[in-house]
Design a protein around this ligand. Structure first.
Ligand code: C2O
Ligand code: CU
Ligand code: CU
Length: 431
């Protein structure tokens, strides 16, 4: 609802019971319900306010992943909400249309909170995305697709393994929007799928066996032009929007194929050999026509262009199995200080043969190069999270536009949540 020009949302983290399989009651957590949370949606330029209440027995927080906002509104480990408490962040939406998401970020416990079901989408709209002629009727031809793998034990409970190997708990069940065996009725010739890897550890390779798709957006918004591809690799935290063409009366399935994890050691142990059905699409016998995705190049060029020549600082980040630049997360330590208005290059490299997914709060970055080569088209758009192939250098270009605050840090971390909880995270302030 809108109050005095501000769009107001409320989210209550709570415990509940969900039946993933008929008759089997499973203890879960959700926002405003028993599992997952509502899709929030706002417009560029709009002010939003969220009332975040915590009905759990332990502290949690809600972080707006991909959002450009002041650090005290970020919802990281410095904005935890105690049991019974309420937190009221407010900020102005000041970034292009995109598929963002929200999830807890309590210190050392993020994996558990997300795994039990605390997560939802946060969609942003703007004039440029409307002009792009993309399917945009929510739930009809514009479908949120939250993909998460789970382990369900013999009693039907979600099980987060304690002494798991790398890269964390890998489930043998895939849930889409919290449903096992999910399907969607399709009534238009083209559908837009907003894919989110909301898993704690698993990297998916999403696509169709019988058709290509058009990738139209990555984490932070639209690409300069649609890219036709067979599948898209998404590590935990990453998003992609794709357009899929359908024929009347047919059925097809979004699939997670064996994932190419780069040079990781024993890829099958990291989930690389697993395959899943993610979402069945069932087309009606008559489909409403829908336009080809198309738009003028560089719809966002105006205010969002990042220029490598403007970069004044280069920082390097080396990730080993649990540390970044040899250090573990310390909530009392500021690791990096960036100047407001400055453009920087972050050179990120994993030195170990295991999967990592590198995420930076507050900004959308551009990948300048991967081991010196230009990124493939699916990694050329706005990003806030990137899968790191081992022993490969990713040069990321970003700008810290505003929200200077010497006291409250933003985070950068591995989005494989066991790694994050184990301290694979650092803090930066913008001053
Ligand atoms: Cu999606 Cu710091 O996280
Ligand atoms: Cu984030
Ligand atoms: Cu990691």
């Amino acid at each position: 609802k809108v109050v005095d020009g501000t769009r107001v949302f409320s989210l209550t983290a709570q415990e509940g019971v969900t039946e993933f399989r008929p008759g089997v009651k499973t203890r879960t957590w959700g926002f405003n319900g028993t599992h997952l949370g509502p899709t929030l949606r706002a417009e560029r330029g709009e002010r939003v306010a969220v009332e975040v209440a915590n009905d759990l027995d332990e502290p949690t927080s809600v972080h707006w992943h991909g959002m450009h906002l002041p650090p005290e509104m970020d919802g990281g480990p410095h904005q935890e909400v105690d049991p019974g408490g309420t937190w009221r962040p407010t900020w102005e939406i000041d970034q292009p249309a995109a598929t963002l998401w929200y999830h807890p970020h309590p210190h050392g416990a993020t994996e558990k909170h997300v795994y039990r079901g605390l997560a939802g989408m946060f969609l942003l709209d703007d004039d440029a995305s409307r002009a792009a002629d993309l399917p945009d009727t929510y739930g009809v031809d514009d479908i949120p697709v939250i993909v998460q793998d789970k382990v369900i034990d013999d009693d039907g409970q979600l099980e987060l393994e304690d002494d798991t190997g790398e890269p964390g708990t890998l489930g043998d069940v895939v849930m889409t929007n919290g449903t096992i065996g999910a399907y969607q009725e399709v009534t238009t010739e083209r559908v837009r799928l907003r894919l989110l890897n909301g898993s704690t550890a698993r990297t998916f390779q999403l696509g169709f066996a019988d058709r290509e798709m058009d990738l139209v957006a990555t984490d932070g918004g639209l690409l300069d032009a649609p890219v036709r591809l067979e599948h898209v690799r998404l590590a935990p935290g990453e998003r992609a929007e794709v357009i899929v063409r359908m024929e009347p009366g047919e059925t097809t399935r979004l699939h997670s194929f064996e994932a190419d994890l780069g040079g990781v050691v024993v890829p099958f142990a990291m989930g690389g050999n697993d395959a899943f059905d993610v979402l069945e699409l069932r087309a009606a016998d008559q489909l409403a026509p829908a336009p080809e995705p198309a738009w003028e190049k560089s719809v966002h060029a105006e205010q969002d262009a990042l220029h490598e020549d403007d970069a004044t600082v280069t920082r390097t980040f080396e990730l080993d199995d649990r540390k970044i630049n040899g250090r573990s997360m310390d909530v009392g330590r500021i690791d990096e200080v960036a100047e407001v208005g400055s453009t920087e290059i972050w050179e990120v490299r994993s030195t170990v043969p295991m999967p990592h997914s590198f995420h930076v709060h507050d900004v959308q970055f551009r990948i300048l190069s991967i081991d010196g080569d230009p990124p493939p088209p699916e990694l050329a758009g706005p990003k806030d999270t990137v899968y790191l192939e081992p022993s490969t250098t990713y040069r990321l270009l970003m700008r810290f536009d505003d929200y200077a605050d010497p006291d409250v840090p933003y985070m950068y971390h591995c989005h494989m949540l066991m790694h994050e909880d184990d301290g694979m995270m650092g803090q930066f302030v913008v001053v």
